[in-house]
Design a protein around this ligand. Structure first.
Ligand SMILES: Cc1ncc(COP(=O)(O)O)c(C=O)c1O
Length: 434
């Protein structure tokens, strides 16, 4: 495979865009050198890079594209909307339609506000919780890797340059499936914690009624429960993971898949909290998500069409089915190459990840890079194992053949060293300080 145009583009990207991309996870340092650095176009489950190489892909726009790239019915809805204009002086009729369609889907959500990315929706949820409770602290789940690029979250990461000290004591962390760790925070900071922030689940399922226990602790201690459904929404279930686990949070945030990759994220929740952002009350108002592009029409058209497709067609079932096939085949390949303990597949079938370990059985970027390099060579781009409604049986079969070939090299590299097979430097984690 030739990646020469990719390398040229990448060089220029690095020069004029910090990080070389608009999401660090897409950056050049996340992938091996022998990889498609820049994508020219996508269709369904396939993408083509700027050198003309074709790949089946399993990143799907950081999990935003659940139906498929350039999914024709969504593209048609957006195209029709473009003829009507994109932004007016007063609300557009489609804002009401999109809000109503969305609230039909999410149990317990009575009001909704649109914005453009998940980070701003999450920060707005926290602002509301603070205003509602009159408190300043937030408890976040330590095992959940990303909520917002804002200071309240990034002060907990290793990439915390530029964040004022005042933020650090206000964000505290509890552990998933350990209700006592949350109880301890409430005990240590009585009357201070405004909100508990978490994804309902990630790779670990809630055990022993954990989410119900979290909700009970929030109620006992007067804190607002916020579920971040950026990943789980429209993937675990159309009604979000909250529907699967039977826990209705006070607020939740959605994004990513809601508009099949068009830029829309959504804050929703109980009226008594969200109405703090309205303007017909006697109390002080909260300035809540007032943005120029918040209700930009093409994204709302994409969301409405995406929701229609989910309601009409077995999208979620397909994600689970293809994920199950992928996981089973991947695990069989691991067993076939005697690589148990060196690679594993984790998560729900609709949202799988894989782990790579070196000879010492510790997580290894060099072995991750080697695996990516060898699957890329075989026509598959799989930084994770995220399937879409467009991933066909043939895609999965071809992918499993690529995984099998890559694992044969991986097994040899465990004997001889990854450097013998990996071209160039290994990739780096996103949260890398230096
Ligand atoms: C769980 C979760 N919450 C929030 C966000 C932030 O969303 P955005 O990148 O749209 O700001 C992400 C992004 O990856 C996420 O995975």
């Amino acid at each position: 495979m030739n990646f020469s145009r990719s390398r040229e583009f990448e060089k220029r990207l690095q020069e004029i865009i910090p990080g070389g991309a608009h999401t660090y996870a897409k950056g050049a340092d996340q992938f091996p050198e022998l990889s498609p650095g820049v994508i020219a176009r996508g269709s369904g489950s396939h993408v083509w890079d700027v050198d003309g190489n074709e790949f089946i892909e399993y990143g799907m726009g950081l999990r935003a594209v659940t139906l498929g790239h350039a999914y024709p019915p969504v593209v048609a809805a957006v195209r029709e909307s473009l003829e009507l204009g994109t932004n007016f002086t007063r609300p557009a009729a489609i804002e009401l339609e999109c809000a109503e369609r969305f609230l039909e889907i999410i149990d317990g959500a009575e009001m909704v506000k649109f914005t453009k990315d998940g980070s701003t929706a999450d920060t707005a949820a926290l602002r509301l919780a603070r205003a509602y409770t009159g408190r300043d602290m937030v408890a976040i789940c330590a095992e959940h890797p990303f909520f917002s690029y804002d200071d309240w979250f990034f002060c907990t990461t290793t990439m915390d340059g530029g964040i004022p000290e005042v933020n650090y004591p206000l964000t505290v962390r509890f552990h998933y499936n350990k209700p006592d760790s949350l109880r301890a925070l409430f005990d240590a900071h009585p009357g201070r914690i405004a909100a508990v922030f978490m994804e309902p689940a990630r790779t670990e399922e809630p055990a022993d009624g954990f989410l119900h226990k979290v909700q009970a602790l929030c109620r006992q201690n007067g804190a607002v429960l916020i579920f971040d459904e950026m990943i789980t929404g429209f993937r675990w279930h159309l009604g979000g993971a909250q529907k699967v686990y039977g826990v209705v949070p006070d607020m939740s945030t959605f994004g990513k898949a809601v508009a099949n990759g068009f830029s829309l994220s959504i804050l929703c929740g109980h009226r008594d909290i969200l109405r703090l952002g309205s303007r017909e009350r006697d109390e002080d108002n909260v300035f809540l998500l007032s943005t120029t592009h918040g209700a930009e029409i093409p994204s709302l058209a994409a969301a409405i069409r995406t929701m229609e497709i989910y309601r009409r067609e077995p999208v979620i079932e397909h994600l689970y089915r293809q994920g199950e096939r992928l996981a089973a085949g991947f695990r069989a390949a691991i067993a076939h190459h005697h690589l148990e303990g060196y690679l594993d597949v984790v998560g729900r079938p609709c949202n799988l990840l894989f782990g790579t370990r070196g000879p010492d059985k510790r997580p290894s970027q060099a072995y991750r890079s080697l695996f990516l390099q060898e699957t890329i060579r075989r026509g598959v781009l799989m930084p994770s194992l995220v399937v879409s409604y467009s991933h066909s049986d043939a895609d999965i079969d071809q992918t499993l053949a690529a995984v099998d070939g890559a694992l044969a090299i991986y097994a040899r590299a465990l004997e001889d060293g990854a450097e013998k097979y990996l071209v160039g430097r290994p990739s780096r984690p996103v949260f890398d300080r230096r």
